[in-house]
Design a protein around this ligand. Sequence first.
Ligand SMILES: NC(=O)c1ccc[n+]([C@@H]2O[C@H](COP(=O)([O-])OP(=O)(O)OC[C@H]3O[C@@H](n4cnc5c(N)ncnc54)[C@H](OP(=O)(O)O)[C@@H]3O)[C@@H](O)[C@H]2O)c1
Length: 259
Amino acid sequence: MTGIALVTGASSGIGFHIARQLASRGYDIVGIGASERILALPDRLPQVKVTPVRADLTDRGQLDAAWRSFEELGVPLDVAVLNAGKSLGGGFVDTDLDEELHMLDLNVTSQLILAKRVVRRMAEQKQGRILITTSLSATTPTPYESIYGPTRAFMYSFAQGLREEMREYGVSVTALLPGATATDFHDTAGMQDTKFGDNSWKNDPELVARLGVDALLAGRDHVVGGDRNTRWSALRNKLIPEHVKARRFASDSKPHTSK
Ligand SMILES: NC(=O)c1ccc[n+]([C@@H]2O[C@H](COP(=O)([O-])OP(=O)(O)OC[C@H]3O[C@@H](n4cnc5c(N)ncnc54)[C@H](OP(=O)(O)O)[C@@H]3O)[C@@H](O)[C@H]2O)c1
């Protein structure tokens, strides 16, 4: 056994494939998800010990209980993957404010609360590896997902700052920046009526997860998750002005039926 990995959003998509990659490399898994899907994780990863924890991370009581469930295992925390997240598509003028605030709770606030616990634990242990799933959307304005992109930019910047602080404790922090990936994500965001609504052209979540776990275990600062086109987009985003990127992003994210 290599150690224990805590993975949020392990019930589907990129998080599930990250858990599977870690399991294939010998890590036992503590997997967190909000719906009952998480309860199937032990059957899906039979080769290692899997502890499923059902918790809505936007609920402070449930988040605290999830952390206690991990602590009660009485084991060191070798790897933590802060991955659970969601988006909301549509023009800001139309979208529901409460849904946007809920997204901020999940994508930013819950990640910070969990990160605080994780880094204190790993600092005491003087070892550990942290992977934070952000997005290529951290590197561009994201019209028609106008709150989502800033949540990913926040976490990307946080990850890079935290990485520097944690070096003296022997703890590495890696940011994973996936490009568009074929998961439930854009469906959950209500973006069926956009280019992102079609999963056929997007990155394979297995590839994205493998790149993320390779970077995590190598202690890299960040990795772009995706194919050649995705890596090219990441490079292009460093070079072109924000207003040009905004226009390009809108052509993919704007609902076909909107004016
Ligand atoms: N797919 C993309 O195109 C893409 C691109 C760039 C970055 N990302 C990032 O990748 C991460 C994972 O997304 P994905 O594509 O794998 O999406 P996904 O397939 O929809 O998976 C989301 C995961 O988060 C969990 N989750 C959602 N709300 C939660 C809550 N309140 N409490 C606890 N867990 C919750 C879900 O669990 P349930 O089973 O309970 O629903 C699920 O396991 C996100 O942070 C996203 O920003 C995705």
